[in-house]
Design a protein around this ligand. Structure first.
Ligand code: HEC
Length: 180
């Protein structure tokens, strides 16, 4: 065997080794990505950081009343939107408490009164009953309405969608509350 041929064989073995090492390294990168703690409910970017120029917050970040929209709201669309709540709430009369309390007859119901549900202290301290606009505020940004609530929901920024949803909640009653 000539020296040249021997050199080629040695080179081939080295190259094969390097490729094997690199492949191993690359596959470790692919197969073992850093496992991030996953959030059960993705939180949409809620707060827009105030910009250096002190620009006004985006219009969508301002709570708008739903009262003017309720009479013409689309209950069917509201029912579809309520799927966002369904992971944590039931809506039927006598429905179970899940992660959140049952929401039958919630309009005008005293807050934090669903029997057998362990409310947060923050929610227990929130006074009064669920009016249309307090529901609007809660659904817009739960933690803005009840600071420290355990309702881990990012909120719905679209005012029409909140109106449709609250119009649907209103129908969940043997005796729906009058529209504003
Ligand atoms: C990730 C779970 C989760 C989702 C999603 C969720 N909620 Fe809740 N909700 C809760 C929890 C937990 C509470 C109790 C909060 C507390 O005690 O601080 C609550 C409380 C409430 C209350 C107060 C009820 C009472 O008895 O006083 C209302 C009203 C409500 N949620 C409506 C909604 C609506 C409408 C949606 C959908 C737009 C929704 N929630 C989505 C978990 C959730």
């Amino acid at each position: 065997m000539s020296t040249l041929e021997l050199n080629k064989i040695v080179a081939a073995v080295l190259v094969a080794g390097i490729i094997a090492m690199m492949a191993g390294f690359a596959s470790r990168l692919i197969v073992h990505p850093k496992s991030l703690a996953q959030q059960a409910y993705p939180i949409q970017a809620a707060e827009s950081a105030p910009s250096a120029g002190g620009a006004q917050p985006a219009a969508a970040d301002k709570l708008e009343p739903i009262a003017p929209l309720l009479a013409a709201a689309d209950v069917k669309k509201g029912e579809a939107a309520a799927k966002k709540c369904g992971a944590c709430h039931t809506f039927a009369d006598g429905g179970k408490n899940l992660v959140g309390p049952n929401l039958w007859n919630v309009v005008n119901k005293a807050k934090a009164q669903s029997a057998g549900f362990a409310y947060s202290d923050a929610m227990k301290k929130s006074e009064g009953a669920w009016s249309y606009e307090s529901l609007n505020h809660l659904i817009w940004k739960p933690n803005d309405y009840v600071k420290g609530t355990k309702m881990a929901f990012a909120g719905i920024r679209n005012t029409q969608e909140r109106a449709d949803l609250v119009a649907y909640l209103r129908t969940l009653s043997a005796n729906p509350a009058p529209l504003p």
